[in-house]
Design a protein around this ligand. Structure first.
Ligand code: ZN
Length: 69
């Protein structure tokens, strides 16, 4: 499941589509020690930055990605 709060959704929609998929499929997983796809994430804003917190597609470990605003 993917959840966005209102501001995070606005911010995310400003990102071009090809960039979105690139961002979502290049998240570092410390468990896999590799770039993985983030799944089941929640998106929130931390000041001007978009923060995605979710799980690694491979190992279901916690991963997070900050997209600077
Ligand atoms: Zn992983």
């Amino acid at each position: 499941m993917i959840k966005f709060d209102k501001k995070a959704m606005q911010k995310f929609n400003e990102i071009p589509d090809d960039m979105k998929s690139m961002l979502l499929s290049n998240v570092y997983c410390s468990n896999c020690k590799d770039m993985v796809k983030i799944v089941n994430f929640e998106a929130t804003m931390d000041r001007d930055n978009l923060v995605l917190k979710g799980k690694c597609e491979n190992c279901s470990g916690k991963v997070a990605r900050l997209i600077e605003g």
